[in-house]
Design a protein around this ligand. Structure first.
Ligand SMILES: *Cc1c(COP(=O)(O)O)cnc(C)c1O
Length: 390
């Protein structure tokens, strides 16, 4: 078992050691850590719906009605009434024929890609796609061709140059999870049409965030009816847990019969499905939720720019501050933690070597004052650590 200790030594030496920290949630935007209440600028709870009274109540009611666990997989005894309701409303929300819920976004991606592609097919995958998409490609045992991040000329070139006897799939994050930029779906749709390629978009960070009513990246880009497979999560802006896919009735039927992560795992618990359903209804009933998020994002991005903190231009709640070195990224985030601010340091292999960063996420649960104070603290700390000049 020496290899275990050897590996741990190695990641520690490279400043890439990871460990879990217990944060006690006290609200959608605050946690307690070592007795101190801290502001969370690191959560994907974009609309603060984890702590919404109606959402919490729906989860409690579901436990009273249906118990704590599903007790079976979806195709055996795990499909209780709330599931059908949630899938119908997700399909309506996305303007699709049908929807299917998976136990997590990770399981949606691995299950869907490995069901759609096989050894005769070629997958064209953005270089910065999420790990769960990469793992889905590996499970599919298809040939994977990686195009430079969001580089449409490169994608078109590779499609042209790559012989393919089977299907072509183009797979991309909608909003990239560590950079916060948006996939150029308008161009992808045009290029895909030339090669009859299927398009799969993972909207983990766009569901409830981007596009009219938070309908996602394809809606934002005006191509909702041209993206064949739209994946989302219930675990981020919707404040619950799980992943989902929307598309044609045939697609959903096919996945029910073929996606192994759907078939061979116990259905999500009633409380989780009830929470997701209630959250989806809150999202539709209260457009001011997404408006508040958008307003906070603009406020934070404007302040960061004014403070000469190097962040790329953008409009999403994911704001990377790239510092390069892993050790410095960790040092900055622990300094900020001392000041009551939780921001995650993102290091390789999550991001490419030399691009370690602070990953800030803004939510609708933050107040403007909190965001203003946070930007001041980040500015001070970056200056102290030599990552920003006055
Ligand atoms: C978080 C995330 C997932 C995984 O979703 P979970 O519901 O957390 O398993 C998939 N894709 C992207 C782009 C993500 O950011």
């Amino acid at each position: 078992m020496q290899f275990l200790a050897d590996y741990l030594e190695q990641v520690k030496a490279a400043r890439l050691y990871r460990q879990t920290v217990v944060y006690k949630p006290v609200s959608a935007a605050h946690v307690q850590l070592n007795g101190q209440t801290c502001l969370l600028l690191a959560s994907n709870n974009y609309l603060g719906l984890t702590h919404d009274p109606a959402v919490r109540q729906a989860a409690v009611d579901a436990i009273r009605l249906y118990g704590t666990g599903a007790g079976g997989a979806r195709l055996t005894t795990g499909t209780f009434p709330l599931y059908e309701q949630l899938e119908q409303e997700l399909a309506a929300f996305k303007g699709a024929e049908a929807a299917l819920v998976f136990n997590s976004g990770y399981m949606a991606n691995t299950g869907i890609i490995s069901a759609l592609a096989g050894p005769a097919d070629v997958i064209f995958s953005d270089a910065l796609n999420h790990a769960s998409l990469i793992d889905g490609c590996r499970l599919a045992r298809a040939r994977v061709v990686i195009y430079r991040h969001a580089d449409m000329e490169h994608l078109a070139y590779l499609l042209q140059m790559t012989a393919c006897a089977g299907k072509r799939l183009i797979i991309t994050d909608g909003v990239f999870s560590m950079d916060g930029d948006i996939a150029p779906l308008g161009s992808i749709v045009q290029i895909a049409a030339r090669y009859k390629a299927l398009i799969v978009v993972d909207d983990a960070h766009a569901t409830g965030v981007l596009g009219p009513g938070g309908r996602g990246t394809a809606a934002y880009c005006g191509v909702a009816d041209k993206v064949h497979v739209q994946i989302g999560t219930l675990s981020k802006a919707l404040g619950a847990e799980g992943g989902f896919v929307t598309g044609s009735g045939d697609l959903i039927d096919y996945l029910k019969n073929k996606a192994r992560s759907f078939i061979f795992s116990t259905a999500l618990a009633p409380a989780t499905i009830a929470a997701a359903l209630a959250a989806l209804r809150e999202l539709s009933a209260r457009p001011e939720l997404v408006a508040k998020l958008t307003d906070n994002v603009l406020h934070a991005r404007t302040l960061l720019q004014a403070a000469k903190i190097p962040v790329p231009a953008g409009i999403t709640p994911i704001i990377p501050v790239i510092v390069g070195d892993s050790g410095i990224a960790v040092r900055i985030t622990s300094e900020l933690q001392q000041q009551g601010l939780i921001i995650t340091a993102i290091r390789p292999p999550t991001v490419p070597a030399g691009t370690s960063r602070l990953r800030l996420t803004v939510t609708a649960a933050h107040t403007r004052e909190e965001l203003t104070a946070a930007v001041h603290a980040i500015r001070r700390t970056l200056t102290l650590c030599g990552k920003r000049r006055e």
